[in-house]
Design a protein around this ligand. Sequence first.
Ligand code: FES
Length: 99
Amino acid sequence: MPVVAKVSDVPSLGKKLVVVEGQEVLLVNLKGTIYAVENECPHQGAPLAAALVKDTYLSCPRHGYRFELKDGSCKEFPEFKLRTWPVRVENGDIIVDLA
Ligand code: FES
């Protein structure tokens, strides 16, 4: 599984967009826990690199749908689910399982 960035590259409550094996992966640091999610909003494709990080979710900049970071679910519109990938942190390296 690839190392995609360092934890220190992703500020707390911030994001970093990386491309792994041709796939855009948005890394989000929620108070020290790193999540890896798809950059494209499942609603109408807005880039979530511009999303707000709040509480436990990302808020899409286009229409404000809120996607839980832990599983990509959207409470208001459950038919839209953001893709997420498992993350591991080892010695400050972020490893994402894209399988
Ligand atoms: S494009 Fe993200 S909520 Fe509509």
